[in-house]
Design a protein around this ligand. Structure first.
Ligand SMILES: NC(=O)c1ccc[n+]([C@@H]2O[C@H](COP(=O)([O-])OP(=O)(O)OC[C@H]3O[C@@H](n4cnc5c(N)ncnc54)[C@H](O)[C@@H]3O)[C@@H](O)[C@H]2O)c1
Length: 441
């Protein structure tokens, strides 16, 4: 099939590349000429495991193209995906300006029947707005071209995006058109060979499914963090409680690790947007509001532990940070807990030495650009010398089983703050460390 994907970020680039991998002819469009120029030179603007190899292979095979020219891309396309950002607006709702700008351009440029697919995460009712926007442009052109609007929310996880897309748990399609359903089934068939993963529903339910999924996962995280905070007060160990409850199949082990809170480009904005959607429809989403509040507070729990240990004024202290990205396997720092924790420590006078396998450029160029007193290093052990403590904030694999002897010799004193509860199995106290974690005194 001939496909256009509009928006070549984490979702658009991965989706487009995976469709190309299955033999489709895909054109990825972006409004950012620098990004497109880089992609046309074989430079991948984001880090995602396996993506670079797959992009280069499909470009070489002439299945994958990059352009800023939407009208040309649409000339031969049967299906166009909208995969642009839907960031948090000032009032907490999803900002639809990019989605609707794209819808307008589609209405102005399309030359044949099209299936328009919303892949961006959008509030319930957005498909109607996209439809109306395209129709308005067609009417202005005096055109009677047909088109269908489909909701196809994306569930990939950064860090495992290629694997998630190639073998999805489910493909949710919301549409009232049999023609579009059939075409979407054909497109996704190669991804669902071993069993039927196609879930067809009405458009509004598909739009809501994405928010419900993210809110559920965020709820599990905030729930466990709240339990961890209570554990600490009553002298229980949240790690043991986690194992105790996870063994119940109805609860399960995933998403119940106590930690420094969730971040990233999706959970924070989608949880907020869902409370806003509820409010606009005269419903007070108390539970989901609390999920967000618990998370906001959780981001600073490790900083509070540092203050309790070193004092309110951190002038003269240096902290070595392992991990800046919001989770392992990505260079994405959007809403990462590290941003909040580092700013809190620096505001109290501390100096920071930071290491991350992939996110240092993002930190330097965007998210911590204005923050003074940070030194970035290129090897994880280099942060230790002259540091008063090691602070683990992202659970990258290379931090899982470090050389504790080296940590102990290099640090000024053997103090570890573990924001991801990675080291509770290592009996660090017996190894002579002062060890602080979430959910245990
Ligand atoms: N990142 C994830 O893990 C993830 C997972 C599932 C769903 N989503 C959703 O997918 C959507 C995209 O997220 P993302 O992380 O890929 O965003 P992103 O910021 O990485 O990429 C968006 C891209 O769209 C481009 N763009 C903006 N306006 C454009 C226009 N008019 N024409 C062409 N390109 C335009 C931007 O330049 C950018 O490259 C969001 O709604 C997000 O919530 C993201």
């Amino acid at each position: 099939m001939n496909i256009t994907v509009i928006g070549s970020g984490y979702v658009g680039l991965v989706s487009g590349t995976c469709f190309a991998e299955m033999g489709n002819r895909v054109t990825c469009v972006d409004i950012d000429p620098v990004k497109i120029e880089k992609l046309n030179k074989g430079i991948i603007p984001i880090f995602e495991p396996g993506l670079e190899t797959m992009v280069l292979k499909n470009v070489k095979n002439e299945n994958l193209f990059f352009t800023i020219a939407l009208d040309k891309a649409l000339q031969n396309s049967e299906i166009v995906f909208i995969a642009v950002g839907t960031p948090m607006g000032e009032d907490g709702s999803a900002d639809l300006q990019y989605v609707l700008a794209v819808a307008k351009s589609i209405g102005q440029s399309m030359q044949k029947r099209l299936i328009v697919v919303d892949k961006s995460t959008v509030p319930v009712g957005t498909a109607d707005k996209v439809k109306a926007t395209i129709q308005k442009e067609l009417d202005a052109r005096g055109s009677d071209l047909e088109f269908d609007v489909v909701s196809n929310p994306e569930f990939l996880k950064e860090g495992a995006a290629i694997a998630d897309f190639m073998k999805p748990d489910r493909v949710v399609i919301g549409t009232d058109s049999d023609y579009a359903t059939e075409k979407m089934k054909q497109l996704y068939h190669p991804f669902c060979m071993s069993r039927d993963r196609f879930i067809s529903m009405d458009i509004r339910s598909a739009e809501m499914t994405k928010y419900a999924a993210n809110a559920m996962l965020a709820t599990k995280i905030s729930f466990m963090n709240e339990i961890a905070n209570i554990c600490e007060k009553v002298g229980a160990d949240a790690n043991q409680v986690r194992i105790g409850i996870g063994s119940d199949k109805r609860i399960g082990y995933s998403f119940i690790y106590p930690g420094a809170g969730y971040g990233g480009s999706c959970f924070p904005k989608d949880v907020k947007a869902l409370t806003k959607i509820a409010k606009e429809n005269c419903y007070n989403a108390q539970l989901i509001t609390a999920v967000e509040q618990v998370n906001d507070a959780q981001k600073l729990v490790i900083a509070q532990k540092i203050v309790t240990r070193f004092g309110e004024d951190l002038t003269g202290f240096t902290f070595g940070i392992w991990g800046l990205s919001f989770k392992p396997g990505t260079d994405d720092m959007r809403e990462a807990p590290s941003i909040y924790i580092i700013k809190e420590l620096v505001n109290r006078g501390a100096k920071i030495k930071a290491y991350d396998p992939k996110a240092i450029d993002e930190a330097k160029e965007h998210y911590l650009k204005e923050v003074q007193n940070i030194t970035y290093v290129t090897s994880k052990y280099d942060i230790l010398k002259d540091s008063d403590a090691l602070v683990l904030l992202t659970e990258w694999k290379e931090f899982r089983s470090p050389n504790f002897e080296e940590i102990k010799t290099q640090l000024k004193a053997p103090v570890i703050f573990d924001g991801r509860n990675q080291y509770n199995m290592f009996s660090l106290e017996k190894k002579g460390f002062e060890y602080y974690q979430i959910g245990k005194k």
